[in-house]
Design a binder for this molecule. Sequence first.
Ligand code: UD1
Length: 338
Amino acid sequence: MRVLVSGGAGYIGSHTVVQLVAAGHEVLVVDSFVNAKPSVVGRIEGITGQHLPVHAFDLTDKDKTERLFASERIDAVIHFAGLKAVGESVAMPLEYYTNNLESTLSLVRAMLRHDVRKLVFSSSATVYGTDQDGATEDRTTFATNPYGWTKVMQEQILRDIGAADPTLRIALLRYFNPVGAHVSGTIGEDPQGIPNNLVPYLAQVAVGRRDQLDVFGDDYPTRDGTGERDYIHVEDLAAGHLAALHRIGTMDEPVATWNLGTGRPTSVLEMVAAFGRAVGRELPYRIVPRRPGDIAVSYADPSRAEAELGWRATRSVDDMCADTWRWQQANPQGYPDA
Ligand code: UD1
């Protein structure tokens, strides 16, 4: 297939592009580069050995989106592009609603106009709101912050569009906590500024960019009192996108929803210990108060994806830490600017 990957220069997008090319698909990327460095493109090309065509614009630009679809044959779209920082979304709700909703509307409008029927959408466990423990796909969706609401709303928009045009084939993929990096250590997660998420923060402690990890609360009703999450290796997650892309062509219904997680929760302290094993020394941390908005436990019931996609996560938490550490050591400051 000829696959348009929006946000293909981002963390999950870049790993998925590599796997798409390896599977024999022809890939083109659209990315605004608001949260990705252009140097990722050369890294992807280094792994695949193929030129990657990249269109650098924001999908909220309807005219550019329309021109892209008018000038390129596209068989399917994987839509990663979007703003994704929870705290920032609370401070800047208008930007989040505008960017995330308008980009999806612009993309789907161009797809319909140019008869592109297949879409794989990046959703999140955040659509389960505060009910993320052992979540199954039929659980009621709601959110606790504007970022999460944009995912709930985009899912609803796509379900309504699928209901109105049953020839469409749309996969809604709900990710749990993606971590890890490509085994080459040449692509990985490169957060701008102070990392919000646990594993990128730990990686920066390990490489000496941060003094110690702040563990947000040890009084949760969990095994060791710290928050438990379903961390999934980004390579497993990318493989889930290919499985969904291949499956939707034979689906009976226009819209399907799949959780992508391991089903196994890991606590913050367990992750600190695992990352320490990868690095070969214990990493410093201190316990601080809970982070507002955090929940105790989040993990997937991934059985629907296993049954319907023939997909399951195969990589362990130790694999996730070893691969993150390889990437961080080789790229202590992330991707180069130029
Ligand atoms: C958050 C988002 C989620 C998003 C995900 C991306 C919510 C509420 N949160 O998930 O939507 O998809 O990021 O991966 O929707 N922790 C620390 N110290 C740190 C950082 C984190 O102790 O410096 C703890 C947190 O309290 C939590 C765990 O580590 O228990 C994981 O946190 P994080 O990596 O930020 O992910 P989530 O909050 O689960």
